[in-house]
Write a protein that binds this ligand. Structure first.
Ligand code: AMP
Length: 180
């Protein structure tokens, strides 16, 4: 289905002061409950990545899973889960990162990627980039290369997408919002 920027943006709801005062939360759940919107979003990524040499799709807990799982199925690529601490069984490697207040930790199963793998890393939204950089460390520590970072939404004023590009990591997002 042809991507319609106006249609997809009309589905994304901005919830002011959630989860705390001063945050404009960009809620993508209406995309999941709109079959046309869901297809448009997934197809946009399918068209972008179907003729590339990506070997794996990695995605970040939890909203990132929902689009990336469909994409991995469509592109017939292995799906790698980057999860919040304590969710993955077996041997894992973990990476702490800073949040606005305090810190958080992401984990990946040991051996889920290796040298020579070309990974598309997916999350729903890029803000400061802290989450994506933590995921990138987990993947590159195991030898993989990050082919591109993809997101539905970029918040360019928070600087994450620019930091990624400054680190020579290509970034693709479907839409952007000014401010935070
Ligand atoms: P960051 O690490 O600052 O780039 O934050 C990105 C992560 O936090 C993503 O996984 C988003 O799900 C979530 N996030 C940050 N800011 C927002 C926002 N304004 N609306 C919705 N999700 C957000």
């Amino acid at each position: 289905m042809l991507y319609d920027d106006y249609y997809v943006k009309s589905l994304i709801q901005t919830v002011e002061d959630w989860p705390k005062q001063g945050i404009s939360f960009r809620d993508i759940t209406p995309i999941f409950s709109d079959p046309k919107g869901m297809r448009m979003v997934v197809d946009a990524y399918v068209h972008r990545y179907m003729a590339t040499d990506i070997t794996h799709i990695a995605c970040i807990d939890a909203r990132g899973f929902l689009i990336a799982a469909v994409l991995a199925y469509e592109l017939q690529k292995p799906l790698i889960l980057v999860r919040k601490k304590g969710k993955l069984p077996g041997k894992t490697i973990s990476q702490k990162y800073a949040l606005e207040y305090g810190e958080a930790e992401l984990e990946i199963q040991e051996g889920s990627v290796k040298a020579g793998d070309e990974v598309l890393l997916f999350d729903d939204l890029i803000a400061t980039g802290g989450t994506l950089f933590a995921a990138i460390k987990l993947l590159t520590k195991q030898g993989a290369n990050i082919k591109e970072v993809a997101a539905i939404i970029d918040l360019p004023d928070l600087g994450g997408s620019q930091k990624l590009r400054d680190s020579d990591i290509p970034v693709f997002s479907l839409c952007a919002y000014d401010g935070d």
